[in-house]
Design a protein around this ligand. Structure first.
Ligand SMILES: [Zn+2]
Length: 149
């Protein structure tokens, strides 16, 4: 069962996929948006001390990703914004790790090309392999028109 936090913000489609993946990977007692943790992880599994984030490739400026193109207009503005987002993500990971949490980020592009079962297997593999930090994304390179991100 998923425990909803008291403010229960609406979850996005990506966050719902993340929850399915986490449950399929065997993580239990998942908590949404625990604001007592750095970065308010989308999901946290306190028993295993695993914090999970769903990252939209555009807003989190996923490097080398087909889903993360800098808009043509106002480039300096977007580049500054994306760099700030990336820096914040790095700070959040560092702070969670300092407190003994493991952090896994599921990228939007990873969801496009993989089933929940495949993503869960990858997540389980990262956790069982002792990863302190891990990312799940798509290795597919494909033209923009084939993407739904
Ligand atoms: Zn991506």
């Amino acid at each position: 069962m998923l425990k909803k936090s008291h403010h229960t913000p609406k979850t996005t489609r990506g966050e719902r996929v993340l929850a399915e993946v986490a449950q399929a990977a065997g993580l239990r007692d998942l908590r949404w948006h625990d604001a007592t943790l750095a970065g308010t992880p989308d999901l946290a599994a306190p028993a295993e001390r695993v914090a999970l984030f769903f990252h939209g490739c555009f807003w989190h400026a996923h490097e080398h990703c087909s889903c993360a193109r800098v808009p043509r207009t106002n480039r300096p503005f977007w580049e500054r914004k994306f760099e700030a987002n990336r820096a914040r993500d790095r700070r959040v990971v560092a702070e969670l790790e300092r407190k003994g949490w493991r952090v896994i980020a599921l990228w939007e592009c990873g969801v496009l090309d993989h089933t929940v079962e495949e993503l869960a297997e990858e997540l389980r593999g990262l956790l069982d392999g002792g990863a302190v930090y891990g990312e799940i994304w798509s290795y597919e390179r494909r033209p923009r028109w084939q993407l739904s991100c």
